[in-house]
Design a binder for this molecule. Structure first.
Ligand code: FES
Length: 111
């Protein structure tokens, strides 16, 4: 268990936007704003090594820039091939003009 880790003021992050934090966690995280809520997932595709923050966020789905795997940023769940497993999802709390994340998911590097 690690955290909470300060993410700064994300009030300017609009719906459909994302921000990468490469220094947080084993692979970095990407924070996404969806329907007003902040969600954080591991910034590394579960198919191969690729930064999901360089992909596309549409609705709740983050699409990998390499081969197109999609993940639900609310849970980290994968939506089918080529990804075979989910990515880690982390809880984000936003209050008083700042956001923080707690890394209590499976943030260990995958073998
Ligand atoms: S590396 Fe993400 S789909 Fe292949």
């Amino acid at each position: 268990m690690q955290g909470p880790i300060d993410l700064g003021d994300l009030s300017g992050l609009a719906d459909g936007q994302l921000r990468a934090y490469p220094e947080v966690g084993a692979h970095g995280i990407v924070v996404c704003r969806v329907a007003g809520e902040l969600h954080a997932v591991e910034d590394n595709c579960s198919h191969r090594e690729a930064r999901l923050s360089e992909g596309r966020l549409r609705g709740t789905l983050l699409t990998c820039p390499l081969h197109g795997a999609q993940f639900d940023v609310r849970t980290g769940a994968h939506q089918g091939p080529p990804a075979a497993v989910p990515i880690a999802h982390f809880d984000v709390v936003e209050a008083g003009g700042s956001a923080s994340v707690t890394l209590d998911g499976p943030a260990e590097p995958r073998g």
